[in-house]
Design a protein around this ligand. Structure first.
Ligand code: NI
Length: 136
């Protein structure tokens, strides 16, 4: 059920918020605020070491000695966390590996840190999301 409430804001802050809404292509203020609240709650779940979904993306040159092997080995250390991993051959040299994992936020962070720190990884990112159970 949707409930309504009103918010008081300084005019210039509201103006900035409206620019933000335009930039992020929200249809209206309510939608933007709902998203911000969800994000804040998800962040709280991470901090509380709750169950999260994580997406780890890695960019690397597959010619780098033994790197692919190390990327695979690191994932085998977390077999119960990894749901799926996809390898994309982007061009002659560069590969992207995207790993979807589920588990406690600290464990997912540990897995991501391990992978991103491997020598030869050109870019690595972790995006964590809620499992959705605590959010509507
Ligand atoms: Ni490749």
């Amino acid at each position: 059920m949707l409930k309504r409430f009103s918010i008081s804001l300084e005019e210039d802050l509201l103006e900035k918020f409206d620019y933000y809404i335009q930039d992020h292509q929200y249809n209206n203020r309510s939608e933007a605020i709902r998203d911000m609240i969800r994000k804040a709650l998800v962040k709280k779940e991470w901090q509380a070491n709750k169950q999260v979904m994580g997406v780890i993306s890695l960019i690397f040159d597959h010619h780098h000695p033994k790197l692919q092997e190390k990327v695979t080995k690191a994932q085998h250390d977390f077999p119960h966390h990894i749901i799926s991993s996809t390898h994309v051959h982007m061009d002659h040299n560069n590969c992207m590996e995207v790993i979807i994992a589920r588990g406690k936020s600290r464990e997912i962070q540990e897995l991501a840190n391990k992978l991103i720190a491997l020598r030869g990884i050109r870019d690595g990112n972790l995006a964590m999301s809620s499992t959705g159970k605590a959010l509507q």
